[in-house]
Design a binder for this molecule. Structure first.
Ligand SMILES: C[C@H](CCC(=O)NCCS(=O)(=O)O)[C@H]1CC[C@H]2[C@@H]3[C@H](O)C[C@@H]4C[C@H](O)CC[C@]4(C)[C@H]3C[C@H](O)[C@]12C
Length: 324
């Protein structure tokens, strides 16, 4: 499972939890402006916006999971198993393979509005990266500093939804998650009032009781609700340290500790990494399951006019700070 959110304080932030049982040796990867971006069925991009994000680099190709470009436009792919459907090539459309979707949008668009124009003639085509890396059944959240949308490719074609919550999880489809928030409209971050009965003397016996009813499990629907509640009730300072710290706290409210989500083969799905990208400054922060120290990579510290990918392997062992 995975959860992605956008978040605003003084700056704008975008990130996600990546919940999985295996790693593909993903690294924080910068695609500079002149990296030759090759597309199987569309014209290559010789020059484009620079990108920073998490990617598995295979055969010199950045297979992004989530990324932000130098304008702040951001995108994350999350599992949409059993519902995602990719199509045969359509000569009247731009045919882009799912693994090419993030560089294709972020390479050329500055805003969600610009992305929507490209999406109107897009066909996500059923081409895998290789025989060893089959098509990932994803749906995506795309956000800029003003708005978010969700993009899914299903049997009926490509669908685009406005996402006022700025949250995405996994199955079922996005509309269900958004409607499901209605179930929780009485949940509050404040102390609850006695609406049960005026004839009974009921009062809160503990702080936090306004949240009773919020789902505590790790299902996709529950994570969506919890992430939205945490995001919309979040009280964050506006400094970079406050904002990034708060962002990771929100993600922690939907993170998966190892062992709590068993798969059939005796493995467990858990939160491999959490990311938070400052969309205005283009700094990519992350923590990993075993390293809760926040590591940062700054897009603008690189030569953005280069043609070579730059990857930083994840620092994934715990960093203890001894004080004696
Ligand atoms: C599995 C990841 C999403 C995590 C998630 O949503 N888990 C939910 C599990 S569940 O359904 O709800 O049970 C997705 C996100 C990005 C994906 C990767 C990227 O799309 C890049 C390549 C694409 C290749 O086709 C497959 C390998 C891959 C390297 C993908 C592997 C995997 O599908 C990733 C890592």
């Amino acid at each position: 499972m995975c959860t992605a959110i956008s978040f605003e304080t003084k700056d704008h932030y975008f990130g996600r939890n990546l919940d999985l049982d295996v790693s593909y040796t993903e690294m924080v990867t910068i695609t500079p402006r002149n990296f030759h971006c090759y597309f199987r069925k569309a014209q290559d991009m010789m020059s484009h916006y620079a990108l920073i994000g998490m990617a598995a680099v295979i055969d010199h190709y950045p297979l992004y999971y989530d990324a932000t470009n130098e304008k702040g436009l951001s995108m994350a792919g999350l599992n949409f198993r059993g519902n995602a459907h990719f199509h045969r090539e359509d000569p009247d459309k731009d045919n882009i393979a799912p693994f090419e979707f993030i560089p294709w949008i972020l390479g050329q668009c500055e805003t969600v509005e610009e992305a929507k124009m490209l999406l109107s003639k897009l066909n996500l085509v059923d081409i895998p990266f290789s025989e060893h890396l089959p098509i990932a059944p994803l749906h995506w959240m795309i956000s800029d500093q003003q708005q978010s949308i969700v993009v899914k490719s299903v049997k009926e074609g490509l669908k685009v939804y406005d996402n006022p919550a700025g949250v995405l999880a996994n199955n079922p489809e996005f509309g269900y998650h958004l409607f499901n928030l209605n179930q929780y409209l009485s949940v509050t971050a404040s102390a609850p009032e006695n609406r049960f009965s005026k004839q009974l003397d009921l009062k809160p016996y503990s702080l936090g009781m306004g949240g009773i009813g919020l789902p505590g499990d790790l299902s996709s629907t529950s994570r969506f609700v919890r992430a939205a509640f945490a995001k919309f009730n979040s009280a964050s300072g506006s400094s970079e340290a406050d904002s990034v710290g708060q962002f990771f706290h929100i993600l922690k409210s939907v993170a998966q500790p190892k062992g709590l989500n068993a798969l059939e083969d005796g493995k467990f799905e858990y939160t491999l990494y959490s990311s938070c990208c400052n969309m205005d400054k283009r700094i990519y922060y992350y923590t990993t399951y075993d390293n809760s120290q926040i590591t940062a990579v700054d897009l603008h510290a690189e030569d953005l006019d280069s043609a070579q990918l730059v990857s930083y392997p994840l620092i994934s062992s715990q960093q203890f700070r001894f004080v004696n």
